[in-house]
Structures are given as C-alpha cells and as structure tokens.
Design a protein around this ligand. Structure first.
Ligand code: UD1
Length: 417
C-alpha cells in the first residue's frame, strides 16, 4: 500500500493550476446515457473516482475514448448491460448517478444500493422517492434497486432535504420525461448548475439551476455536445487553506472566487490577504493566523468538504474555534489523527472545539476518507519533522497530481510503496 512522506515546516509559495471539478465531472459523464449521440467532455480530472465512473459506463455499454489532454468522448448508442454492480457502487457512491439517466433513456435500471460509508449512512431515499413520483416502479431486492418505467412523467417534487446527487439524478431523469418537472428544495451547489449547463447544451430545457427551485421541461431526445467541466472549488479551497496555514503566498490559476464565497470570507477572517480575477486567485498570509468558527451547511454556506482542512488551520491558529458539522454524522475521523500530531481538539456530538497550539508534530497517521486525507497532508506540511500518511488511496480519489502540485509549491513530499 502506498504512503506519503512529508517533511514539514515549508511555507507554500508559487503557482498552481486548479483541475476540473470531480463532483461536476462525475454527473456530467453520466449525462452521456441520455443520448445516442456523442458527448465530448473537456477538463475531466485524472482521478480514481473518474476512472471508476468510466469503467462503470463502459460496463453499461458506452464507447469511451480519452485523449492525452484528458478530453473524453462518450457514445452511448447501444446500452448492453443496464446494471451498476455492487463492486463498483461500493467503491464510489456517486455511481448512483447512472440511475436517473439510464431509467429515463431505457425504461429500466438495476443499481446496487450504496450502503453506509465511513463518513455517514448516506441513504438514497430521496433519489428513489423522486423517481417514484415521476411514475417509476421501484423494488429493492438483495441489495439492489430495480427500477422500471415505460415513460417518466413530469411532476412537482419537494425534496425532504438538500441532496446534491439526488438533485442531479432527478434533474437528468426529468430531461426526457413527459411534461414539466419542478424540483423544490433542490441543491444549489455550483456542480448542479454545471451539470444543468451541460444538459442545456445537449438540448434540455432547464430553468433555475443554481437556485432551490429547478424547472425541467421534458424533451423527446437530447443531442451531442462539447462541454468544459468547471474548476474544482474544493481543490482550490484546499490549496488556499494550505497556503494560509503554512504562512505562504500562492497564485491559483484556472479558478475565480465566484464559487468560493464562504471559504474566502473565513480565510479573510484568519488574516489572509486575498486578491482575485475571473480565473485566478492570489493569497498571502503574513502576521498572526486567527482561528475561525464555522458551521457546515448546503451551498452557498460553508462546505462540509472543506471542514477537515479548516480544522487543521484552526489547530495552529490563535484562539479557540468552534466547528459544527451539520451534513454528515461521522465526519470528524481526522480528529484522532490530528490529536496524535499534538492538536488540542475536543468533540461533543457534531461539534468540535479546537484550541490553537503553537505547532503540530510530525507522526504516523492514517487517512480515513477523501477530505480527511487532504487535512492530514496539510497537517504534515505545517508540522515539525516527518509525517507518514497511510491509506492515501482516498486522496487519489479526489486530488489530481497532488504531490506534483505540492512539490511545485515547495513542499517536501514523496510517495513510497
Ligand atoms: C455530494 C458530494 C460530496 C459532498 C456532499 C455534500 C458528489 C459526488 N459528492 O455528495 O462531496 O460532501 O454532496 O455537499 O457530488 N441524504 C439522505 N437521503 C438521500 C440523499 C442524501 O438522507 O436520498 C442525506 C445524506 O445522508 C447527507 C445529506 O443528505 O446527510 C447530504 O447528502 P448529499 O448531498 O446527497 O451528498 P452526496 O450527493 O452523496
């Protein structure tokens, strides 16, 4: 199993390019199932989760080519296997995103239930409830969702909670439904809007994506398109926090601050100086690093995917911070590892109290999930001495060329087997 070895104490400095967004690329790739014409998707990040999704789509019968610049063409003219097997869904929950488009296009789908995962239970009841409201017949047997529908019908759906992939699944299904679907309490995440823009470029009629009411007028068929995936706001946020926590100065390319308001506002409170343009962000941290309180919530509020990284920043900042996690019930697994590096953190239910200390000490730590892994890398960069991070396959699920990018910024990091 591979590990990362980091010698800490570097202030990050230099330039880094931000990759395409994992959470936008995954649903956009699934959109190919909605048409028999070819989709060309650009700026697809080179990630393990993307590899799993492409393999799943190939299994279903999609013809795929990927060029050196990571442009991906997908043609789903004949779908041979209308199944997302357990082996694939268990490694990547986002595989559930094939359910809506596959059902809408073919009238049939069999998808393994994702089950629990490290950060929480994460049920898919809202995906199922929405499709049933559109007229699908859904049975759950032997851990699989069996879905059938001769024709999906437009309907008004009020979702019980804000779910990102739930909104995406129903939005994709509704593009080919008969009549108009209205999704209320929809997720407002920029990745939902990016997917909607891709679908619109394929001929879908979608209004209001990016707000909490999305209206979709079903059309008979969708067509080919060329679409460029948005930049990854979580990758950008991770580099911004790493720069602030390490007292560095970095120029981010390929991303602006338009999707990062909550993160930028908290970084400014820490004392970081930030300037930005349409597709760049400069950050510089001079002087005292102040701790920041925050509460995770659906977009546009503070993202749960940035919680672990900000916890590392708070662990070496001046003062005491209160962090409340409201999205996932078990997303503090990095706390035990950070404590082993000398962080002073107390957890009570969904709240963590972080008392800033002067510095962290390098240690052997274990990555438990994607964003927790990123937080341990940040901790290793700012700690004194050597940190060895085990189980880094989690990191490869969501961060493209992470060591190369950090090396470019001066971090002392290497991967060992
Ligand atoms: C997506 C993101 C993930 C991010 C999360 C929250 C992708 C591929 N992943 O995950 O990086 O951390 O949004 O911003 O885009 N829930 C239900 N029933 C459902 C669906 C969700 O109870 O049918 C609950 C979940 O358990 C969770 C909350 O709703 O507590 C939000 O989950 P959701 O937005 O669905 O997360 P994902 O779409 O899986």
């Amino acid at each position: 199993m591979q590990k990362l070895v980091i010698h800490g104490g570097t202030r990050l400095s230099g330039e880094v390019f931000i990759s395409g967004a994992k959470n936008a690329a995954l649903p956009i790739l699934c959109a190919c199932l909605l048409t028999n014409e070819t989709l060309r998707i650009e700026n697809v990040p080179h990630l393990k989760d993307v590899g799993v999704m492409l393999n799943l789509l190939k299994t279903i019968g999609v013809n795929i080519t990927v060029d050196k610049k990571l442009g991906t063409t997908l043609t789903a003219s004949h779908l041979s296997e209308l199944v997302a097997p357990y082996e694939m869904v268990k490694t990547m929950r986002a595989a559930i995103l094939v359910l809506g488009p596959m059902l809408a296009r073919t009238g049939e789908a069999k998808i393994s239930l994702p089950g629990g995962c490290a950060i929480g239970l994460r049920p898919v009841d809202q995906h199922i409830k929405g499709l049933q409201a559109m007229g699908a017949e859904i049975n759950i047997r032997h851990g699989y969702i069996y879905a059938r529908a001769k024709q999906l019908n437009g309907v008004r759906i009020v979702m019980d909670m804000v779910t990102v992939t739930g909104t995406e699944n129903l939005m994709m299904a509704a593009t080919l439904a008969h009549g108009t679907t209205i999704l209320e309490n929809a997720a407002r995440e920029p990745e939902v809007k990016d997917l909607a823009n891709c679908l619109i470029s394929m001929g879908a009629k979608i209004y209001g994506a990016g707000s909490d009411v999305i209206t979709i007028e079903g059309v008979k068929a969708l067509h080919s398109t060329i679409y460029n995936v948005m930049a990854d706001r979580i990758e950008a946020g991770t580099f911004l926090v790493a720069t602030a926590a390490s007292g560095g100065k970095v120029h981010l390319k390929g991303v602006g601050t338009d999707t990062l308001d909550a993160v930028i506002s908290k970084l400014t409170q820490t004392g970081a100086a930030i300037k930005s343009g349409k597709d760049w962000i400069d950050i510089e941290m001079k002087g005292i690093l102040n701790s920041v309180n925050f509460r995770t919530a659906p977009y546009p509020a503070f993202p749960t995917d940035m919680q672990a990284q900000f916890m590392v920043l708070n662990s070496v900042a001046k003062g005491t911070a209160i962090i409340t996690e409201t999205i996932f019930e078990n997303r503090f697994m990095h706390v035990q590892e950070l404590k082993r590096m000398g962080a002073h953190i107390e957890v009570e239910g969904n709240t963590a109290v972080v008392h800033g200390v002067n510095s962290l000490d390098g240690a052997n730590v274990m990555a438990t999930d994607l964003r927790a892994s990123a937080s341990l890398v940040l901790a290793g960069i700012i700690a004194k001495g050597e940190t060895i991070i085990d189980r880094i396959y989690h990191l490869d699920r969501g961060y493209e060329f992470i060591e190369d990018k950090l090396l470019q910024l001066g971090a002392k990091i290497k991967r060992i087997n």
